[in-house]
Write a protein of this length. Structure first.
Length: 189
């Protein structure tokens, strides 16, 4: 776990954030419709709360939610605006972030992190990471790749910069992550 904290602290300096303000025991007690966190996601919320992350993403920024807003942030996914249970939302999914309304969620059954496109009539999960630790590494690879190109995602033709994607893939390989994750991210763009 220590390497992740070092990487997060590196990112925190860049974004001027403070980590570790939440009591891990409070996070461990979190239950929502029977969803319980695994160790990696528990540590994420314990170490990062009360920070809400906004990360430059492909189309719009990726927003990762604060622990204290998780229940409210399920509206539109797990529940309708009138707080009725959404029958097409899997009960094992917990939204932990979003980009343009597209959810990023933790699956309490598989312990994996997924994304999905909204507005398609059904939720088709796209694997983003095998676990929270891998998701953090993926974000680290994205941010360090993006910083190399002054946070510019698109070229003059409004296409994602080829050299940015190459750098991102290079970093993913360096950390021994699955390069399919890059393709999965692009499916959500």
């Amino acid at each position: 776990m220590e390497p992740i904290k070092r990487r997060l602290q590196t990112i925190s300096v860049e974004y001027n954030m403070v980590f570790g303000n939440n009591d891990i025991e409070n996070v461990k007690k979190f239950q929502l419709d029977g969803i319980a966190f695994d160790e990696n996601i528990t540590n994420w919320f314990a170490d990062c709360d009360p920070c809400q992350f906004t990360i430059p993403w492909i189309v719009e920024d990726l927003e990762l939610f604060r622990f204290d807003t998780l229940i409210d942030r399920q509206i539109g996914y797990r529940w309708s605006m009138s707080m009725e249970k959404n029958d097409v939302w899997d009960s094992h999914w917990l939204v932990i972030g979003q980009s343009s309304g597209d959810p990023v969620f933790f699956n309490s059954q598989t312990k994996k992190i997924y994304g999905a496109l909204h507005g398609t009539g059904s939720w088709q999960p796209v694997l983003l990471a095998e676990n929270m630790k891998e998701f953090i590494l993926l974000l680290y690879c994205w941010l360090t790749s993006l910083s190399k190109y002054d946070y510019g995602v698109y070229n003059q033709d409004y296409m994602i910069k080829k050299e940015l994607l190459q750098e991102f893939k290079r970093r993913i390989v360096k950390f021994k992550l699955n390069t399919v994750l890059v393709d999965n991210l692009l499916k959500l763009a």
